[in-house]
Design a protein around this ligand. Structure first.
Ligand code: ZN
Length: 487
């Protein structure tokens, strides 16, 4: 049964890790306008996605693909505003109404950048071909995340003409950003720090969960979708130890820098391997909802996870993904000393730690723990990077509008709030108190999900069309229904 739960959780494992990135210069160019795209080339959703995928946009090289997409938006009649336009960053908004109107804004967030495709020879079709074969579109970004931009944009399309003559209560904005795959420093970080007043967002719908097929036996008719309402967040640390000792390895001193660092790291690793399980409100809610569709004893246990903790925890600890979802983790990702001869004792050693914290857990408290575990006052701890703490987004009307749109599109859909195991861009907005929900609104099998950040990334064209339907219905509810009465 654990395997089933694991598969459930696995679909939160989308679009994963980020690498160190640099905070780029931002450059406000509001008067910038993209050239119109040649729409004759683009006759269908798949045609548009194919064009977009075929413009390579590995992080740091988003400009060409971003300019293309902005051009398509402009050609469709949206109001395009370019926020940053430099060699290594391109961020833009495309809205039903001009942003200067200041309408409360529904933001559809997507990222332009993709991870590299380092081994093109392993791909069935070249990674930047955007080839469509037997109704499947192949290429890097065909799921993560270019398909989302196309779904969102074409979901908006049917409301463009009407918005020219009608005063809807909300604006709707496609927000396409750079740098997500390396931590969002050139994209959502810049947007969340400098452009929120301009955007006036009331809610963000970005990436995160998805729908996953064939996960719970006996519920084959039920389609499960996970919408992330919180993410664990990163805290990267650098440890430094300087120790003056004799320099020759043939007469070892009682202690020296490398030895002390290894001892200290050994403590940290032990603490991590024996770490406590914590059930936050978000995980409790997630397990409760999972328990409702999980038959048998495991379903009961999941529905009452705080009570069944003594029974469930040993199971959770046996699975590294589940264990990481209910705990703060720390991984030693580097240890380095000054290069020297094999018989020379270095006087300085550094190490790096990748910590990933539960949404509610304060970084300062975790730092105190690390200090205690290291048990060595001579080790200096520096923060390389961290994401701000953000409150999980509530399961409220904004959640239910997305949930309704998914249920409208897919028969027998069940939509769950979930915790996403790694950081993504949503956290930048949540930390500014803007509710953010993460979902790639497709219903995929594991085989497809495993192609993300991997070889042979691809998306069946009918899934792209379903995703468009979800966003169209989402927008329709905001523009045509009495939002306060929705549930
Ligand atoms: Zn992504």
């Amino acid at each position: 049964m654990l395997q089933q739960v694991k598969k459930h959780i696995f679909f939160t494992f989308f679009l994963l890790f980020f690498l160190p990135g640099l905070y780029g210069e931002y450059n406000n160019k509001n008067d910038d306008q993209p050239p119109l795209a040649d729409l004759d080339l683009i006759t269908s959703p798949a045609g548009l996605l194919s064009e977009y995928v075929s413009i390579e946009s590995v992080t740091g090289n988003e400009k060409e693909a971003g300019t293309f997409l902005a051009g398509v938006c402009k050609d469709m009649g949206l109001n395009v505003e370019i926020f940053t336009n430099a060699k290594d960053t391109f961020n833009f908004a495309a809205s039903l109404y001009p942003l200067e109107m200041g309408k409360p804004n529904i933001i559809l967030l997507n990222h332009i950048d993709v991870v590299p495709a380092d081994e093109p020879h392993l791909w069935t079709h070249p990674p930047f071909s955007g080839k469509i074969v037997n109704d499947t579109l192949w290429g890097r970004g065909s799921i993560d995340n270019k398909s989302m931009a196309v779904m969102q944009l074409l979901g908006m399309k049917q409301f463009i003409d009407k918005s020219k003559t009608h005063d809807f209560p909300y604006n709707v904005t496609l927000l396409s950003v750079s740098g997500e795959e390396t931590g969002g420093f050139t994209g959502s970080k810049v947007i969340s720090e400098h452009y929120l007043d301009r955007l006036n967002p009331v809610v963000i719908y970005g990436e995160g969960g998805a729908g996953l097929q064939d996960v719970v036996p006996g519920t084959a008719d039920q389609k499960l979708f996970g919408v992330s309402v919180a993410e664990r967040r990163m805290l990267w640390l650098k440890l430094e130890l300087n120790m003056e000792t004799s320099g020759h390895g043939s007469v070892p001193p009682p202690s020296y820098a490398i030895q002390e660092m290894i001892d200290a790291l050994d403590n940290v690793i032990w603490e991590n391997n024996n770490r406590n399980v914590r059930f936050s409100n978000t995980t409790t809610e997630m397990f409760k909802e999972l328990g409702k569709v999980q038959p048998g004893a495991m379903g009961v246990a999941l529905r009452n996870i705080r009570v069944s903790k003594p029974i469930v925890v040993p199971f959770l600890k046996r699975d590294e993904i589940l264990y990481s979802l209910v705990s703060n983790t720390v991984t030693v990702t580097g240890i380095k000393s000054e290069p020297g001869a094999p018989n020379q004792i270095p006087q300085k050693v550094t190490a790096t730690l990748d910590c990933c914290l539960l949404p509610e857990f304060p970084a300062e408290d975790f730092l105190k723990k690390i200090r205690k575990w290291l048990a060595n006052d001579n080790i200096e701890i520096k923060i390389i990077n961290k994401r701000d703490k953000a409150k999980p987004s509530s399961v409220n009307k904004y959640f239910y509008v997305m949930s309704n749109a998914i249920k409208h599109t897919y028969d027998n859909a069940k939509v769950l709030p979930i915790l996403f195991p790694a950081s993504n861009d949503n956290n930048y907005y949540r930390s500014k108190n803007i509710p953010a929900y993460g979902i790639h609104p497709t219903y995929m099998n594991l085989e497809l999900i495993e192609t993300i950040h991997n070889v042979d990334e691809r998306l069946p064209v009918n899934m792209l069309e379903k995703g468009i339907e979800v966003y169209a219905e989402l927008i329709r509810q905001f523009l045509y229904e009495d939002f306060e009465k929705l549930n």
